[in-house]
Design a protein. Structure first.
Length: 100
């Protein structure tokens, strides 16, 4: 379903503001991460890459890093290393502990 929406958006040159907060103050990418929805994380990431958007992730915005799927952590780290994601780490970073 989400892939169909992305296809429609791309076909009709509609711009998604995936790097902005919603009315609840949440970023779509962060919500996908917190929900452990790897397919949605990949879809948002691929949309960002295709549209030259560098996703910004502040570790302090992620509520449950210890519960996030390891595959998502590795995907974030891999794309950070390719300069597709800008990650701001907190002091005593739990994120960095997870990628060691």
């Amino acid at each position: 379903m989400v892939q169909l929406m992305i296809n429609y958006i791309n076909k009709n040159n509609i711009e998604l503001r995936i790097d902005e907060k919603d009315i609840d103050g949440d970023y779509p990418f962060i919500k996908a991460i917190e929900s452990n929805n790897i397919k949605l994380v990949e879809l948002i990431l691929n949309y960002a890459i295709d549209n030259n958007i560098i996703l910004k992730v502040n570790e302090n915005d992620i509520n449950n890093i210890s519960e996030i799927n390891t595959d998502i952590i590795m995907l974030l780290n891999k794309n950070k290393n390719k300069n597709k994601i800008d990650i701001t780490y907190s002091d005593n970073s739990k994120f960095l502990e997870r990628i060691k």
